[in-house]
Design a protein around this ligand. Structure first.
Ligand code: SF4
Length: 263
């Protein structure tokens, strides 16, 4: 059967294939260790310009020392800086963590609000971080757009936009609400393993027959990747799906469920 040409039908097929290749919910696919929405919010702020693995190395100490928003709101900044130093930008991140925690205590009764409009009023929390928290911690619709998501969405012809908010709006039109968080994480996994910024491995790609950029992506995509950069910003990168390999999708559709850690 010929692949669908209409954007909506093509998007549905992309969503389905990625779900098969990278199975799991947003919570299961996410890599940042956390035990509750507050810890996820903290970890996501720390993940800016930093690997999730590094964040996961510092958060156990941070979460043990400060067990909730009230404790972190009243923390000694120098002490927090020392704990999170290795994640980079530690002074700015400390300001964000303490300010975010104060905001939760003063305006949200010490709880992380689920609404995007509320989340983005907190220090250090942008739309991408808010969508991570919504989709991963609360299971609500939320489609974080980072450089991988934007790049793949453009290559796949799902958007023509560069602005992350507009990319998110375009994808929201094409992806069912309950799929958005996991879809974002799957695009990131696919972007890291196969549709890389500089030289996409179209020959190994499960989306090759659906993709308008197939085979021509290396040069154009390379320019795009260099212009946009390849670092993953706050929002958390996903775990590698079971069976995935560098340069290709997972073998088969193994569905081993990971423990309830997210990111
Ligand atoms: S076919 Fe190539 S450009 Fe298209 S999504 Fe796959 S790897 Fe990326």
């Amino acid at each position: 059967m010929a692949p669908p040409r209409a954007a909506k039908a093509r998007a549905a097929e992309v969503v389905a294939r990625l779900a098969q290749a990278y199975p799991g919910s947003a919570t299961e696919l996410c890599a940042l260790e956390h035990g509750d929405p507050f810890q996820l919010l903290v970890a996501t702020i720390l993940s800016a310009q930093c690997t999730d693995a590094r964040v996961n190395m510092v958060t156990p100490t941070l979460f043990h020392r400060y067990r909730g928003p009230a404790a972190l709101a009243g923390a000694d900044p120098a002490e927090v800086e020392e704990i999170i130093r290795s994640t980079g930008f530690f002074r700015a991140k400390t300001r964000s963590l303490l300010g975010m925690s104060r905001g939760l205590v003063e305006r949200f009764d010490g709880r992380v609000p689920p609404d995007l409009e509320d989340l983005v009023t907190l220090d250090g929390v942008g739309r991408k971080t808010a969508n991570v928290v919504r989709s991963v911690a609360f299971g609500l619709p939320g489609l974080p757009v980072d450089t991988h998501v934007g790049r793949l969405a453009r290559r796949l012809g799902l958007t023509r936009e560069d602005d992350p908010v507009r990319v998110e709006q375009d994808l929201d039109e094409l992806v069912p609400p309950d799929e958005r968080g996991a879809f974002s994480l799957r695009l990131i996994l696919h972007g890291r393993s196969t549709c890389t910024a500089r030289s996409p491995h179209c020959g190994d790609c499960i989306l090759v027959d659906l993709c308008p950029s197939a085979g021509a992506g290396a040069v154009a995509a390379g320019k795009r990747g260099r212009a946009a950069g390849t670092a993953t910003k706050p929002g958390g990168t996903p775990r590698r799906a079971p069976g995935t390999r560098a340069g290709g999708p997972p073998k088969g559709a193994a569905t081993r469920r990971r423990s309830g850690r997210a990111g």
